[in-house]
Ligand binder design. Structure first.
Ligand code: NAD
Ligand code: IPM
Ligand code: MN
Length: 353
């Protein structure tokens, strides 16, 4: 029996619904296989927790979290607690503290999904820097409230941080039999950070002479995603650029609720964390209609990471077959099914396979 300990942070809003459904799917994989077991340790860290304790997680939160094979997170943030507090005290410290410097975000039009754009050859991976850059959290306020009030938000790009993510992108492409890496830049305007990013990109690209290594300014690249997604294989981007490109990417699949995100510590010194890319969606929270696909896909990425490739493949083909069959789908992609009905259909498909 192979057993896996998972730390769960359902968080806020629809995060709670999608993690509940994700756990049911993991239990169905257990039942199907017989030789694997998932033990859940559910943590109530969230904006609700904050309103009680004035913090997003306990003081020893990171030690509690470290003790597991992987972390599964729903979404964090809800009206009532400022977003920069909830995210800066829970999600972002985990990514940085566990050195999950790779944020892997596939953008693939699964069978059965209908893209709002014409070119439906959409299958690329965004490799987002996840530990520094625009998200370093450093800055200053001068003359607060005064007429001369000035706010500075810094970005930090280190040689180590930049080089390792760009190299990861080339290695990832190579491992997947691909040879195109596109770098998202903005070195026309960002004269320190992105000029440096470009320099590192060219240096690393020189180690991969058989590759088509290109760069595009982020504004042009956003347009390119819509016009020519078929020409993309791997896109490497800074923390903020990767964030924005992947909501765009998910919208190209028909919904923000579809896409997964794997926060990876490649050295496996710390646990990695898996989550959908979407947030807590306060506008639909409590209605039971959140699309669970982003979370289920993230769970498939987690299974793969845990060495359970057959289960990851089984889950993906179950999701794809339900989407292709088409009668059960959530409202965001044009249906009228609930989160639970969608998950039930995926579970049925898993058990029938
Ligand atoms: P959001 O992703 O929560 O919602 C954007 C839109 O997409 C909304 O209309 C929402 O209803 C829809 N949507 C999102 N996920 C969906 C799903 N699974 N099924 C159907 N529709 C879905 O983004 P937002 O409104 O900018 O943020 C809301 C809160 O979530 C904020 O507090 C924000 O900081 C937080 N947030 C957290 C994470 C995270 O924890 N990883 C990610 C993004 C946003
Ligand atoms: C995401 C989210 C987070 C990010 C927010 C909530 C801080 O948008 O995971 O994409 O920007 O990384
Ligand atoms: Mn985002």
């Amino acid at each position: 029996m192979k057993s896996f300990r998972l730390n769960l942070i359902p968080g806020d809003g629809i995060g709670v619904d999608v993690i509940r459904e994700g756990c049911r799917v993991l239990k169905s994989l257990e039942a199907r296989n017989g030789g694997i077991r998932f033990d859940f340790n559910e943590l109530d860290w969230s904006c609700r927790y904050y309103l009680q304790h004035r913090r997003m997680m306990p003081e020893d939160g990171m030690q509690i979290l470290a003790d597991c094979d992987a972390i599964l997170l729903g979404a964090v943030g809800f009206p009532g607690v400022p977003d920069h507090i909830s995210l800066r005290e829970l999600l972002l410290p985990i990514r940085v503290g566990f050195d999950q410097y790779v944020n892997l975000r596939p953008v693939r039009l699964l069978p059965g999904l209908v893209s709002p754009i014409k070119n439906e050859k959409i299958d690329f991976t965004v490799i987002r820097e996840n530990s520094e850059g625009e998200y370093c959290g450093k800055g200053e306020i001068f003359n607060e409230g005064g007429a001369e009030e000035t706010v500075v938000q810094n970005s930090v790009f280190t040689r180590k941080g930049t080089e390792r993510i760009i190299r990861y992108a080339f290695e990832y492409a190579q491992r997947h039999g691909q040879n195109k890496v596109m770098s998202a830049t903005k070195s026309n305007a960002l004269n320190y950070s992105m000029v440096f990013w470009d320099k590192v990109f060219h240096r690393v690209a020189a180690d991969y002479p058989d590759f088509e290594a290109r760069q595009m300014h982020i504004d042009a690249l956003a347009g390119f995603l819509i016009m020519h997604p078929d020409r993309l294989q791997v896109v490497v981007a800074s923390n903020l650029f990767g964030d924005i490109l992947t909501d765009l990417g998910s919208a190209m699949l028909g919904s923000i609720g579809i896409s997964p995100s794997a926060n990876i510590n490649p050295e496996r010194k710390y646990p990695s964390m898996f989550e959908p890319i979407h947030g807590s969606a306060p506008d639909i929270a409590g209605k039971g209609i959140a699309d669970p696909v982003g979370t289920l896909w993230a769970i498939a990425m987690m299974l793969d990471h845990l060495g359970l490739k057959p289960e990851a493949d089984l889950l993906m083909s179950a999701i794809e077959s339900v989407l292709s069959e088409g009668s059960i789908r959530t409202p965001d992609i044009g249906g009228d099914s609930t989160t639970t009905e969608m998950t039930d259909a995926v579970i049925r498909s898993i058990m029938e396979r």
